[in-house]
Structures are given as C-alpha cells and as structure tokens.
Design a protein around this ligand. Structure first.
Ligand code: ZN
Ligand code: ZN
Length: 591
C-alpha cells in the first residue's frame, strides 16, 4: 500500500488537535521496524499456515493448497501457537513503540487471548456444527482471478484431497450441538454441495489439464460430495429426543461478557451497553413522536392522530414511504448520490476526502447477488492495488410486490442514508483513511465495532450538519434506521442472557422498531445463530460519540470537528477503546 497520497493538512491536524503539544507520530524507529518484521512478517506467515481458510479470504494464496483437518491435534497445534506468540507479543516493550505499533501490539494481544478463549472456554467447535464447512475458500479460489485458471484448479485439486478427513474430524468433534446451529449447518452444507457441482465441472472441462489430473479431479469431487452428504445425514440423524434436551443456543451472561470484551473491545461491559441501549430506545422513540406530531397535520390534515404512540409513528412512516424512486432508477440515483454526499462533506468541513481514488459505482456482479440493495466491495489486505466498488443491486429480478416493498423501505429519505453508511462518509471513507496508515495487523484483525460504529456515527455526523435540509421527514426516517442498531443491541443481549422469547423479540422488532415481519423474522433467525455481532453497530457508534463529546467538553476552545474525524480515522480499524486511549493520551500499552 502506498503512503504517497497523504492528505493535505492531515499530519498538521494531528499535531495541533488538542493544542497541548501532544507529540507528532514518530518516524519509524528501530523498535517499530523490528516489531513489523516479527509480527506483521513472521507471525502472520506462520499464522496463515494454521488458518489457510482465513489466508485465502485475506487474499494470501501461498497456502491455498492446504486444508486443515479440524481434529484434536490441529486444535492443540493452534493453541500452542497462540500461547507462544501471546507470550512473545506481551514481552515487547510498549514504551519503545510509536502509537501505531503500540495499537498493533494491543490488537494482537486481544486477538490471541480471544482465540485461546474460544478454543478452551467457548468451545464452539464442540456445539456449533456450522463452523465446519469447506465451501467458502473453494468458492473464492474458483471465482477470484489471482492466477491462471489451471493454477487455481490445481490448488483446488490439492485442497480437495482432505475433504473426507475434514468432515470425519468434524463429526468426531461435535458433542451436544444446539438444534439451531445443527439446522444451520445442514442448510449451509447443502449449499456446499453446489460448490462441487456443475460450475466446477465446466471449469475443469474448459481448462488445460492433463488426463490424469482430470481423473483425479473426478475421484476427489465424488469423495468430497459424499463426505459433505454424509455430514448432512449424520446431523439429520441426531436423535430428536436428544435434541429436545440439547444445549441452548443462548450463550448465557458469563460467556457473553467475555466474548464482548474480546470482540467489541469498546472499553465497557456488555451489560452497560445494553442498559444504555434500553434508554436510547426510549429517547429515540420520544424524538420520533415529537417529529410525528409536527408532521401529522401536513400529511393527514383531516385525520386525528392515533392515541397509541407506536401506531401514529408507524402510520406516518408508512405515509412517507410512498415517496420513493421508480424501480428502474435505482442505479442512477445511487450513483448521483455519491458526488452529492462528497460535496456535502467537503462544504461542511467534516472531513478531507481523497480525490485521487474515486469510488466506482457498479451493478452488483452476479456471483455476489444477495439481499442487500447496496454494498461496499473493498480490497483485502493483500490486494493493495485493487479498486473499491460500491455495488448497487438493480430490482429487475424482483416481483412487482417485492420491488415495491424494497423501494418503500429505501424511500427518498432512506436511500441516501444507505449511501452515507456504505460509502461517504461511512465505510468507503473509513477504509481509504485506514489504507493511508497501512498496518497488516489492523487490516487482518479489523475491529467490527469500529468499522460498523464509524458508519453509524457517519450517519449522525451528516444529520447534525443538516443533511436533507434538516427536515422533520429526514430526521424521522433517519431515526427509524438508527433505531435498528439500538434494538439489535437490546435483542442480542436479552436473547442470549435473559431468555427473551421469540414472541417478545418479534414484538420488540415490529412494534417498537417498526420493522416489517420478514425483516424481524430474519433477525430472530440471526440472533439464534450468532452472538455479540449484532451489538457491534451501537457499541462502536456510542463509544465514538462519547469520545467526541468528552473531547468537546474538555477542550472547548481547541476542539475541531474535522480534525477529530481525521485523527480518529488515522489509527486504522482498531478497537474504539484503544483509539480513545491513544487520543486521550492514557495508553502506554502497559497490560
Ligand atoms: Zn410505491
Ligand atoms: Zn455497515
């Protein structure tokens, strides 16, 4: 990654930010260089050998041949590796490092501790059959043009050899699986059979391979399919009576807090975030009600406002949702929004944007088609030259009713919020700042709460600057969107630690967050098979927001919003708690 396109004014902004002589980022010194050689270099190279699936996802193909058979020996090898490197990174003297490397060190410590915890305490390899699935790396090798097709197929061929051993180890590892993760594993592994299906056969047929290679492929594909099918069958055969008394998908308060600490790392406990989200939900609903009161006469001049708060807010949102673009205007609309958003950010002095790398808006490629209307496609840490794309999914393939429902959700006030989140000043801008202070450690172990929290904070930043002409309509629809991340947090915590029932969850999502039944059902499914991840949006957002408000209070004279944003982003995708420590000068890395 290149450093040459440094932003004008960014370095200066970092120096004068607090106006109290905090030191500028040091030039790389010997300790930093040694740290990089050892950890961004040797450590990661060794790491990829033990986690080749993750290597392929990161665009590191040197280990593409290898499939790790997930048996007890592999787990022991991984644990030994993690413990060895944890001792090594802890032994590095943090004081000798510059802030960027100090952060890298803390991120590594958190990662290594978290993975050891996952292997020894969380033990999802025992109760979550969906952790066993070979599909994704194979699909990536087949669909990513990192090398000529013959070379990629040979990687696939060598990887295929161990698929039967992989699923045998999976079956031997599972004990007391939850019914929900078992059902998920069955579903997802059915999808895996398709990866070894027609497309792969066509690629083999068209490639320049030798007859023995083709024969070997034939045999290995058959064996792989059989192994996947056998795994599915063995999951289906788990005794229903036993499954009735099986382990619950709810992970419980103790594991939840621990997982939250490693994964979110925003400097607070999960319980505290939950309580904050409960308060925030009421505050947002209160503001939405005030906005509804203001807008009601404009949209319903002849109807009395319903007495029930939820009903009147929902009625007004439904009314506003009628104002949306025609279904064939999705791509052009989103494309024109990007330059409008960039212009707004610059005019309001929110951030310095890098004009040298324009974001490319394109139609979502078919192999990436999903349910999302728009998504950001960013290059991986080992693919520095690649472009960033903003994928927009046209509504051509939807029925009239499906298209109408999508268009109402992404109405005239909501669609720009989506582009704010995904692109400017959300994910795309965060990523382009992260690429300017390149750190393999931060890219490989990017903190989800920081990344999502920044995008959610970006929405707030734009609204506060008067986006959408500061109208009550824009604020009301923004609030509905914002409520989603607040309620995700409540849902996740309450389901996993307080036994929240499906009926209560559906009520929360549909009655108090105005979500459609389909969206709420999908969310209920997601909260059963994941934990903590759903809190990352609000966890990151609230931590960034708090940091900003604290700095404003403590430095009323020197606080500068643009400089705050630029400095915050300059640390890369690190946990918000660490960035806050660095900005506030509290962290010396002593742990
Ligand atoms: Zn319509
Ligand atoms: Zn996002």
């Amino acid at each position: 990654m290149k450093l040459s396109s440094a932003l004008p004014g960014l370095a200066a902004g970092m120096v004068v930010f607090l106006g109290n002589g905090s030191s500028a980022a040091n030039a790389a010194n010997a300790a930093d260089a040694a740290f990089d050689r050892r950890f961004a270099g040797t450590f990661l190279e060794e790491y990829w050998k033990l986690w080749p699936d993750q290597a392929i996802a990161a665009g590191y193909y040197r280990v593409a041949d290898d499939l790790v058979v997930p048996d007890a020996q592999a787990r022991a090898r991984r644990q030994h590796f993690l413990e060895t490197w944890l001792a090594r990174v802890r032994a590095v003297k943090a004081d000798a490092l510059d802030p960027a490397h100090r952060t890298d060190r803390l991120i590594l410590i958190l990662q290594l501790e978290g993975r050891i915890w996952q292997l020894t305490t969380y033990r999802d390899w025992q109760w979550d059959p969906s952790v066993y699935n070979v599909a994704e790396p194979f699909a990536l090798l087949l669909n990513t043009g990192y090398a000529p097709v013959e070379e990629r197929l040979r990687h696939v061929l060598r990887r295929l050899a161990d698929v039967p051993a992989y699923y045998a180890a999976a079956r031997a590892s599972i004990e007391d699986p939850t019914p929900e993760h078992t059902a998920l594993a069955i579903d997802q592994n059915k999808g895996t059979l398709e990866v070894f299906g027609r497309d792969l056969e066509d690629q083999i047929a068209q490639a320049n391979l030798s007859p023995p290679e083709r024969a070997l492929f034939r045999a290995r594909i058959d064996a792989a399919r059989e192994a996947v099918q056998h795994y599915i069958d063995s999951l289906l055969m788990l005794d229903p009576a036993h499954r009735g008394a099986a382990r619950s998908f709810r992970i419980g308060e103790a594991l939840y807090e621990q997982k939250f600490r490693y994964q979110i790392a925003n400097g607070s406990a999960a319980r505290a975030l939950y309580e904050r989200a409960v308060e925030e939900k009421e505050a947002v609903l209160g503001r939405m009600d005030v906005l509804t009161g203001q807008l009601w006469p404009k949209y319903f001049p002849n109807a009395a406002m319903p007495a029930d708060r939820s009903t009147r807010i929902r009625t007004l949102i439904d009314k506003l949702s009628e104002q949306h673009i025609p279904r064939d205007r999705m791509f052009e609309t989103v494309k024109s929004q990007i330059s409008m958003l960039e212009e707004f950010v610059t005019r309001h002095n929110l951030l310095t944007l890098d004009p040298s790398k324009p974001l490319e808006v394109r139609i979502t490629p078919t192999y990436k088609l999903g349910i999302a209307s728009a998504s950001l496609d960013a290059p991986g840490p080992y693919d520095p030259g690649a472009r960033t794309y903003y994928n927009v999914t046209p509504l051509d393939t939807l029925t009239a009713a499906q298209a109408e429902s999508t268009l109402r959700e992404y109405n005239n006030w909501m669609l720009p919020i989506l582009s704010i989140h995904e692109a400017v000043p959300g994910h795309y801008v965060q990523l382009s700042y992260a690429n300017r202070s390149p750190s393999l450690i931060k890219s490989v172990f990017a903190n989800d709460a920081m990344v999502e929290g920044w995008a959610v904070y970006g929405e707030r930043m734009m609204m506060e600057a008067g986006f959408g002409d500061d109208t009550a309509e824009q604020w009301l629809i923004y609030s509905k969107w914002n409520l989603r991340s607040v309620v995700n947090t409540i849902l996740d915590y309450a389901v996993h630690t307080q036994n929240m029932s499906e009926a209560d969850a559906m009520r929360l999502l549909t009655q108090e967050a105005f979500q459609a039944d389909q969206e709420a059902r999908e969310k209920w499914h997601r909260v059963q098979v994941t934990s903590v991840q759903l809190t990352s949006y609000f966890a990151g957002y609230s931590a960034i927001y708090d940091l900003r408000e604290r700095l404003k209070r403590e430095h009323p004279q020197s606080f500068d919003l643009r400089k705050f944003h630029e400095r915050f982003l300059s640390y890369g995708s690190a946990p918000v708690g660490l960035i806050a420590d660095l900005i506030e000068g509290g962290a010396n890395g002593a742990r």
